[in-house]
Structure formats: C-alpha cells, structure tokens
Design a protein around this ligand. Structure first.
Ligand SMILES: [Zn+2]
Length: 404
C-alpha cells in the first residue's frame, strides 16, 4: 500500500514563513493508519539469522520506495543473512548529500511472532522490533515521502537498509562505510532514547576469544614437566585488568573463563572472552598493540596462545561537522516546540561505522522507544508524529545549507 505524501499546501507559492509553518503542521497524520502500516513489518520473524523474513521486510520496503518513484537496488552479502537495500532519488548521483541508515533485522529468533506480535495500549505499542527499528524504518520512509518536491529535487538522498546490524553488521559494514564515505551527512533512525534524547556519540567495542594451549602433567609426580594454560590466562587477566580506566571510559571485562580438568592435573587448556569498551580510538589502538605483544611474548615458555577478534566497532564522537549538524537539529526542534537533548551511549550501532570515518553522523532519529532486545520492547505512540516531522524538517533545513 502506498500512502500519498501529506503536504497540505503547495509550498512553492508561499512566503518563507508560511512555508515553514506548512512543513511543520502535518494535519494528515493518522495513528491507526500508521500502525496498520507498521503491522506487516512487525508480524514477521526477521531475526538476523532468518534471512527469509528479512527478505520479506525488504520486499515491503522496496515496494514503498518504488511507489514514490525511487530506485531500489538489492544487495546480497551472504546466504546466512538477508539482502540489503539501497533506495535513492538520484540513481545517477556519484555522491549523496544525505545517507539515511536503518536495519531490517531484529534480535528475535524464528517463532517469536507466533507468541508475541504487534499490540498496543493507550500509550505504547509492543512487539518484536517495534522500536528497534521498524518504526524508525517507517518514519524514514514517511519523512521522505512527505518532502516538498523542490527539496527532494535539490537533495541527493540514499537510504541504506542492511540485514545484519544486530550481529554487528559483519557482512554489510564495508558496504555502509563505502557509501558513507561519499555522503555529506549520515542520519541513523534508531529509536530515540526513552527520555527523548538523540544520540551524538556511541562507545567503541571489541571482543576477543583467547585460547591457551599448554602441556598436561601430574601435579604430584612431575609438575615441573607441565605448562599451565590457566597460569598464563591468569597473567592476561591480572595484567590487562589494570588497563581499565573509568575516567576516560576504557573498560576491559573478562566475561567467560574455561579451563582445566582436575585438581591434580596441570591444565593444558584454558580459554576466555575479553570485551573492551572505549571512547578513545587511540587508546584502543594502544591496547591492541599491548595485546599483540602479550600474544608474541607469553610469560610461560612453551605456551601457545591463539587470539581471535570476533567483533569490533570503533567509537564515534562528535567532530566539527557533527556539531554543526547537532545545532541544525536543535534549531529545527526549537521551531517545532520540541526540546532536543543529547546522550552519549555505551551500546553500538551503524553510526559507529560512519561516524568514525569522520562523516557527520547523528543517531536516534526514530520515534521514542525502549526495553530493546527484550519481550518488553515498546514504542511511545505520541512520539511517532513529532519525530517523523522532526526528521522531515531536518531534511528540509539541511537542503538549505547545501550549496553546489
Ligand atoms: Zn537497532
């Protein structure tokens, strides 16, 4: 189903003041209709590892963007995950003024929808992905489809919808980065925080699996012939835990430890999972060097260490460009009577990938939601319309700053 753009007056005949009033009051928003449109995006199992469901969501979004005359290109990454979509109003463009990002997947496994589907009470809607981030996905589409024609003509916009954000965009990350590197601004429509804040910064993270292979020996008869994997592991824990620095926000956590077989055996195997969070990408680079050094120079002679970095997202923090973008968003909110507040958050998103490239990036431009990744996930109903209007007005105001 295609929804007709809801701009009530032809904008071109108006003075600037009338124009800004026209774009700020969208009389045609209908919550029931919105939720009806949201339903097929929620009531489909589309966890990252359910590519068929992600593909169905991609089909729905393709139809929507094609319905407003945009070109949609489908990208396959890996058969384990669903497709990605790139929708654009300027198929010939070599660069984009604005890149919008929204992921198609959720964290919920197959079978979830049969037990838990879209529902609502007076204040909130509930359901898998209702805030993270199907409503953000729908808000992006609606904001775009309601742009005044001259604004849409002036801007080259692309919307990238990826299938694997919830597993760290391990398949789509390079694709997103390559498009971001030829975009002026990146807007990510993950949900606004529960207090309404937008997201200006996200911590970086890295996760490692470390395995230690030593040599078993009888702990009573000939302990001197053993090489204790657990002793080396303990050396790693005590050494690296000293690197935690709450002040600058670098924290290390050994979250899993396994190893050994019996009290009277020198353990020949141990493993651990190390999780690092950081604000400062340089401090992480320093730590990575230290870890490499520990790998190459073990404290015990003869021990073998295997290190696998299983996930990595750089931190993104505001630069000069994103501070200008923040000011524009604040001003846009002010003109609508919406007080814009900001949060720097610990969890990652695709904003980490684009923001760390230095491309001005703001996240949290979806409606307000919370309890993500749990069966209590919710979407605040009366935030849908103002956040949709905010996103649309930000696009309009950005179009005025862009000169060629
Ligand atoms: Zn998300």
């Amino acid at each position: 189903m295609m929804i007709v753009p809801a701009v009530s007056v032809p904008v071109s005949n108006l003075t600037q003041k009338q124009e800004s009033e026209a774009i700020m009051s969208d009389q045609n928003f209908n919550l029931d209709q919105y939720l009806e449109e949201l339903k097929p995006l929620i009531n489909v199992d589309c966890g990252t590892w359910t590519p068929a469901g992600v593909s169905k969501v991609a089909d729905i979004m393709t139809e929507k963007y094609q319905g407003i005359g945009w070109q949609v290109t489908r990208h396959s990454f890996d058969e384990k995950v669903g497709p990605g979509l790139l929708a654009t109003n300027k198929p010939e463009a070599e660069e984009y003024d604005i890149m919008l990002i929204g992921h198609l997947d959720t964290v919920f496994p197959e079978g979830t929808v049969a037990e838990w589907s879209l529902s609502q009470d007076g204040e909130k809607a509930y359901g898998p992905g209702v805030a993270d981030m199907k409503s953000g996905q729908l808000n992006m589409f609606k904001a775009i489809s309601q742009l005044p024609e001259d604004v849409a003509d002036r801007l080259s916009i692309c919307v990238c919808m990826n299938p694997d954000e919830e597993i760290g965009s391990i398949y789509s990350g390079d694709w997103l980065k390559s498009i971001a590197s030829k975009s002026r601004y990146v807007l990510v429509a993950e949900a606004a925080r529960a207090d309404g804040s937008l997201v200006k910064a996200r911590k970086g993270m890295a996760s490692y699996k470390v395995e230690f292979n030593g040599k078993a020996a009888h702990a009573g008869n000939e302990p001197e012939k053993g090489i204790s994997a657990i002793t080396e592991l303990a050396h790693w824990i005590t050494t690296l835990n000293q690197e935690t620095n709450f002040e600058i926000g670098t924290t290390l956590n050994f979250g899993v430890v396994k190893g050994g077989s019996a009290g009277n055996v020198v353990p020949d195997y141990a493993s651990t999972v190390l999780d690092i969070r950081f604000w400062d990408n340089d401090d992480y680079a320093r730590l990575e060097k230290k870890i490499q050094n520990m790998l190459e120079n073990p404290s015990l002679r003869g021990i073998k260490i295997e290190l696998t970095r299983e996930a990595h997202k750089p931190a993104f923090t505001p630069n000069e460009g994103s501070e200008k973008l923040m000011a524009l968003i604040e001003k846009t909110g002010q003109d609508m009577g919406l007080n814009i507040t900001w949060q720097a958050v610990g969890g990652g998103s695709d904003a980490n990938l684009t923001g760390s490239l230095g491309v001005p990036t703001i996240d949290g431009l979806g409606p307000i939601g919370g309890a993500m990744h749990s069966r209590n996930e919710f979407l605040v109903l009366d935030s849908i319309e103002p956040r949709l209007n905010l996103l649309r007005n930000v696009l309009i105001n950005l179009s005025e700053t862009i000169t060629r």
